[in-house]
Ligand binder design. Structure first.
Ligand code: MG
Length: 370
């Protein structure tokens, strides 16, 4: 089996509710720029993949960058066997160091092809389905404490029991008020993550975190760097999740050796695709690190691929999964893939990822390599 064509589509996704604020309002998004690829083989099998950064200001990644990077490595993949996914990743890494988020789409499409070829759903190939649901978490935009409590209630009415609430700004008194209000408000059986998206300096992190008494509340990515987060880890007691700092398996190995975190946000796109994410997942399982397994953004395609990785991970090591498409007005594949069903979801049993975008608008085609 050989790759004979790679088609690249550009899709705009509109965030519902007029937009979303991270980090105390510093980062505002109302649309996402997603890149979707279709990898075709000479056997007639094709696979779908997606790379969708969370805007241009969240990580060193952006939609136009994904497509420009693809221009460097996609031509080199023509003629290769897409089922030899490590070889595909090696070829992409040789053609263009870094730019992992762009490679994620191709890697995902190759996994889709492998699953279709084998007649197995992706979660079976990634370690085997763990029976039972994949628990979801909401994503709550930052705002006043009152706005955030209302948004938690709205998410809870849609079944979400774990809430990832974005805080982090220069007004530490307001952050403390947000944290304490959310902690006090949490519905029974709910769980809370306060995601700072690296907005604090260590002194600010220590003040706010130590003002929250409930030790079951997780704080995510309090500061910009691993060293700053380590400083915070040593002077606070709540569990810490690292998210934006984890780009490679070396980052999580360093974080583990230094005992910086108890959990990570494993985002498929950020680490360069399912192949690299699976290695990090397996490291975390071996070392006792809990994970939120999801993607950085995208349609139901990227979400479903990430759900397959979660579905093949022991429940002991999983915390929650986020569905970006559940926050978007646009739906590229209605009725397909992993959907929110009362705060839970599950990976489709169809071969591959189980999301078919064959009806994608031809006018969205941005490039084709053949
Ligand atoms: Mg995060």
């Amino acid at each position: 089996m050989k790759i004979r064509q790679i088609s690249v589509f550009q899709v705009d996704l509109t965030l519902a509710g007029g937009g979303y604020y991270l980090s105390g309002g510093r980062l505002f998004f109302d649309r996402l720029d997603s890149t979707i690829v279709r990898v075709e083989t000479d056997d007639g099998v094709h696979g779908w993949g997606e790379s969708c950064p969370w805007g241009a200001t969240y990580l060193p990644a952006h939609g136009k960058g994904a497509r420009a990077a693809m221009d460097e490595f996609a031509p080199r993949l023509l003629g290769m066997d897409p089922r030899r996914i490590d070889r595909i990743n090696e070829a992409m890494d040789v053609a263009l160091p870094g730019h992992n988020y762009a490679k994620s789409a191709i890697d995902m499409a190759c996994w889709d092809i492998l699953g279709k070829h084998a007649g197995l759903s992706l979660c079976e190939l990634l370690g085997g389905r763990v029976e039972g649901p994949v628990i979801l978490h909401s994503s709550i935009s930052t705002g006043t404490p009152e706005q955030m409590l209302a948004n938690v209630d709205n998410a809870a009415s849609r079944g979400y029991r774990i809430h990832s609430c974005k805080i982090g700004g220069e007004d530490i008194a307001l952050d403390r008020a947000r944290a304490q209000a959310l902690a006090a408000h949490l519905p029974d059986a709910g769980a809370l993550t306060l995601d700072v998206n690296r907005a604090w300096l260590p002194d600010q992190a220590i003040q706010v975190m130590n003002a929250v008494e409930d030790r079951s509340i997780y704080f995510e990515q309090p500061c910009e760097t691993l060293d700053e987060c380590l400083h915070v880890r040593r002077l606070t007691s709540n569990p810490i999740i690292l998210d934006e700092n984890i780009h490679t398996i070396h980052d999580i190995a360093h974080a583990w050796r230094s005992r910086i975190c108890e959990a990570i946000g494993l985002k498929v796109g950020r680490v360069g695709g399912l192949t690299k994410a699976r290695k990090i997942r397996d490291f975390c399982v071996a070392m006792g690190i809990r994970m939120n397994i999801e993607d950085t953004g995208g349609t139901v395609l990227a979400d479903t691929a990430a759900v397959h990785l979660a579905q093949s991970t022991s429940t002991t090591h999983r915390r929650a999964t986020w569905l970006c498409h559940d926050m978007c007005d646009d739906d590229i594949a209605p009725g397909q893939g992993a959907r929110n069903a009362g705060g839970e979801t599950s990976a489709p049993e169809l071969p591959g990822i189980g999301v078919d975008l064959d009806g994608i608008e031809p006018g969205l085609l941005a490039a084709a390599y053949r």
